[in-house]
Design a binder for this molecule. Sequence first.
Ligand SMILES: [Cu+2]
Length: 159
Amino acid sequence: MHVDTYERYWIMLTAVVLIVFTAAVGISGFMMGVQVPVPEALVNPNTVATDPTSRFANPGLRQLAPNRYEAYIRAGSSPWKFVPDKLEVPVGSTVTFYVTSVDVQHGFKLEGTNINVQILPGQVSKMTATFKTPGKYPFICTEYCGVGHQNMFGELTVK
Ligand SMILES: [Cu+2]
């Protein structure tokens, strides 16, 4: 089969670009630990803050084992804030975050980690990070959610 020289070059270039992009996705996804947030659970956003059987009714940090924590965080816009907005764990801790919204779409970005996720009402987003360096790790809402959006921030202290 005869293929024109220039056409063959373009086919080869296309193959190289495909290989480079596939490698980039593989490297970022597997080697750099990109977390694709999956809906961990579905909840009723109207009752999740008050239902006594919901972990979000009494949010905050819970220790599961030495250096192993889970953090339940509620995002909401009346008023605009994360509950709780202050967390503290010892150095070396691995923390699994469960975040949900009680009203509109919010975001949750934890500086210094690869956690950056949209927070949807009715859905629980789960992400995990290990904190080997002491310091302050601010978290913010990354999704414009109303006139008080700029007030939605908090801080995780590692010491
Ligand atoms: Cu928000």
